[in-house]
Design a protein around this ligand. Sequence first.
Ligand code: PEP
Ligand code: MN
Length: 297
Amino acid sequence: MPGDLKLVSCQSKKGKTFVRVGKTIIGGERIVLIAGPCAVENRPMLLEIAGRLHAMGVPLLRGGAFKPRTSPYSFQGLRQEGLRILAEAREQSGMPVVTEVLSPDQVPLVAEYADVLQIGARNMQNFELLKALGETRKPVLLKRSLAATIEEFLGAAEYVLAGGNDQVILCERGIRTFSNHSRFTLDLSLIPVLREMTHLPVIVDPSHGTGNRRHVGPMSLAAIAAGADGLMIEVHADPEKALSDGPQSLYFEQMERLIRDLQVLSPVVGRRLQLEYDSSTGVETTKTTPLNVDISM
Ligand code: PEP
Ligand code: MN
């Protein structure tokens, strides 16, 4: 392990880091889902999506208010209005919200509304942004850049920890390769390697990783089988009409199906799916003997 990755490295700390978002813990025994639209498009739409996801037991809501788009002519997000709508969805559903911050000067505003600050793939090495987030005490969801090595990815996380904020979640979201059958190449091989190198929780975004809603389910299951602590998934009430990332956004029914599949799979790898209605209804997932998939071996 390179010496300049001292705070993120396993050697610096006993056990894994638990990132706390409200009553949800990321990095513990439970698999955590973050779901919602790519972008906050309007108030009724977000409130509907939040309501449906909450009813499914999804603990955390995502949605972009500031959108990094390849084209300046594409929908850029509702900006502060989007943040206000996210806060209203949190109030109604009780779900903490995850949203992206694009620049250091936006940090105070976004931190006022968001429960988790997301650093997008294109900003992974925006060092001034990383330093600014190191100074906040909000959890940070750090997405891997399209072309980052593991050392560069961990180096970016090190910036946030060096600033005094150890609440960092790493997110694999697909990298650029010669493969052209999917939007990006979801690098699940990173998960067991990260496990050996860092105490930080690792989640996977199969939506951007595949770019195709038909492939989100299988890659979600593969990510959990490989040892991920959670998933970030794009879901939309009407994906065909979404203003961004419609082709990779799940219909509600697909999300419900995925949750059922994850409930079956999680015990096989010695985990349980965190579902918010667990405590209120006493619903328990089936306890089975885990397979021998000890990732520390
Ligand atoms: C997103 O989560 O909507 C997003 C823009 O992701 P990424 O930065 O991974 O492209
Ligand atoms: Mn998106």
